[in-house]
Write a protein that binds this ligand. Structure first.
Ligand code: ATR
Length: 272
């Protein structure tokens, strides 16, 4: 059977094996998909071993998206611009191609699943790490009226603005005004923390999206709810969406995401 895996460190909590197994069943594709934890210090050596063992593709998660970018022989255009790789395809001649599907995953979740309009809206992105860099290009292509990017370390926001001149960088303290959509792309939710943005930005009209997901609402979404926000979503749909794009990149078949989002949401709820 064709073999695929997600590689990261740690990997135990990854939902990717469940997602791809559901996709394979739905599309009657014959494949296996595992989670493999690679040691932090020998990414390249271990990955070569896995390729020799016959794996046909990998998803790459934290903290290896940059290593994967350096590892592959070729890059898709969008991976070049995002400077990150979350999907590796092994060709028949052994060459490796790196792609990034995070941005498509986010955009599909926002526009197709949640049906949130992005064109001509004012968007605030929080964070300037690898996760945010990976989604900026498709967000810009959605033609928002403005895209403000706030980060704890202002220099990092400014560096991103050098590569993506359409964004307006600022610090959290400088934030004011009115936004239609706020996307939390910081890793603060991982430790149950909040990016320090003013309460005045939250009102019943603003949509709030957290690129993280968990069984319980994330700290950011709980906080936004307490201040009256009603249109909220975590990043489970983004996760399934990026996986669907990877699956399609490997297999040439596009799985349906909604049944898989529903199934995972149910499993997450049962597990708590
Ligand atoms: P990732 O790959 O998840 O993006 P990263 O590259 O380490 O991880 O970036 C983490 C992002 O979350 C950064 O924007 C970081 O802010 P700094 O650039 O100032 O470090 C942001 N971040 C992490 N914890 C945060 C917190 N408690 N409050 C606000 N921002 C936080």
């Amino acid at each position: 059977m064709d073999r695929y895996a997600v590689i990261g460190h740690p990997i135990t909590h990854s939902l990717s094996p469940q997602i791809h197994t559901l996709f394979a069943a739905q599309t009657t594709q014959s494949l296996t998909y595992e989670g493999i934890e690679l040691p932090l210090t020998s990414f390249e050596t271990r990955l070569w071993q896995l390729i020799k063992e016959g794996y046909l593709g990998f998803n790459v998660t934290m903290p290896f998206k940059g290593d994967a970018f350096d590892f592959v022989d070729e890059l898709t255009e969008r991976a070049k611009r995002a400077r990150a790789v979350n999907t590796i395809k092994i060709l028949a001649d052994g060459r490796t191609i790196g792609d990034t599907t995070d941005g498509v995953g986010l955009l599909n979740d926002l526009q197709q699943h949640l049906k949130w309009t992005l064109e001509d809206t004012h968007i605030l992105m929080l964070g300037a790490g690898g996760a945010v860099r990976g989604v900026l290009e498709p967000l810009i292509e959605a033609n928002p009226a403005s895209l403000t990017l706030a980060n704890r370390t202002l220099e990092k926001a400014e560096e991103l603005a050098d590569d993506f001149p359409e964004i307006t960088p600022c610090s959290f303290a400088e934030l004011s005004g009115r936004f239609d959509l706020i996307i939390n792309g910081t890793s603060a939710s991982l430790s149950g923390m909040l990016p320090p943005i003013p309460e005045s930005l939250i009102n019943p009209g603003v949509k709030c999206y957290d690129m993280m997901y968990s069984a319980e609402p994330t700290a950011f979404l709980k906080w936004a709810t307490s201040l009256g926000a009603v249109d909220l979503s975590d990043g489970l749909g983004m996760l399934v969406g990026q996986a669907a794009e990877s699956f399609n990149y490997w297999r040439g078949v596009s799985p349906e995401v909604q049944p898989v989002i529903d199934e995972l949401r149910q499993r997450l709820t049962i597990a708590t």
